[in-house]
Design a protein around this ligand. Structure first.
Ligand code: ADE
Length: 236
């Protein structure tokens, strides 16, 4: 998987991805992250990459020319998606991460200020994505969210089992986890986890997932295929 990130702050992308799982994935050539500095492509004599909005209004808009030239410099040949990160986009989910992890190459455009000239979107963008209903100061932070969540789904980056076991894989939130010591500040690990009875542990975890989902994100339950046991547990 190759990520080509068009940004005014390449070091934000390159430094933040130079740790832990993403660092190892790059060393093992499972993913590649390229950051292209949009400012390197501006034809403005003062190296500007933004301008006042037509029609007036607050703030500045990123101009189309440097973004389009930066994009063309990446020589995209194979069919590929071009993602623009914006609060106006489709809300990002684990399902979208899964879908994007199947691509060979993703181009990601990071906006700043009041956004980018609409003609960039009209000319090259295939997907407008928002990572949530709040406004970030720059698209780089959203790009990092995409890169991390997609990379860990690329085959070989992390163990298959951990992807299958985690939150959202069955539509529910994850059950609570414990590790040593058995007792910490008076709080003990639930006995069932020490029982060695795998069926019982599985049942307890499923019930805890259901409880956590109802408490924190009840709307997620609409998309879950509840079993007969789930229903019995929930009406108790
Ligand atoms: N850029 C600014 N805010 C954003 C958001 N919520 N999601 C994606 N990109 C953004």
């Amino acid at each position: 998987m190759v990520f080509k990130v068009l940004t005014l702050f390449p070091e934000v992308i390159l430094q933040a991805t130079n740790f832990s799982i993403l660092k190892r994935a790059q060393q093992r050539n499972l993913i590649r992250i390229e950051a292209v500095n949009i400012r390197d492509y501006t034809k403005d004599k003062h190296k500007r990459t933004d301008d006042y909005p037509y029609g007036g209004g607050f703030g500045m808009v990123m101009t189309a020319q440097p973004i389009i030239d930066a994009y063309e410099s990446t020589k995209p040949d194979k069919p590929h998606r071009v993602i623009y990160l914006t609060p106006q986009g489709r809300r990002y989910t684990q399902d979208i991460a899964k879908e994007l992890s199947k691509e060979e190459e993703l181009v990601i455009i990071c906006g700043h200020y009041e956004g980018i000239d609409q003609r960039v979107i009209d000319l090259i963008v295939t997907d407008e994505i928002s990572i949530g209903d709040y406004v970030l100061s720059g698209g780089e932070y959203a790009a990092l969210v995409l890169i991390d969540s997609i990379s860990r789904l690329v085959e070989g980056v992390i163990e298959k089992e951990s992807v299958q076991e985690e939150s959202f894989s069955d539509g529910l939130l994850e059950y609570p986890q414990y590790t040593r010591p058995y007792e910490f500040r008076g709080l003990k690990v639930p006995d069932v986890l020490l029982s060695g009875d795998h069926e019982k542990i599985k049942k307890w975890r499923r019930e805890q997932s259901l409880l956590k989902t109802i408490k924190s994100r009840p709307e997620l339950l609409n998309g879950v295929a509840l079993t007969k046991e789930d229903r019995e547990f929930l009406i108790k």
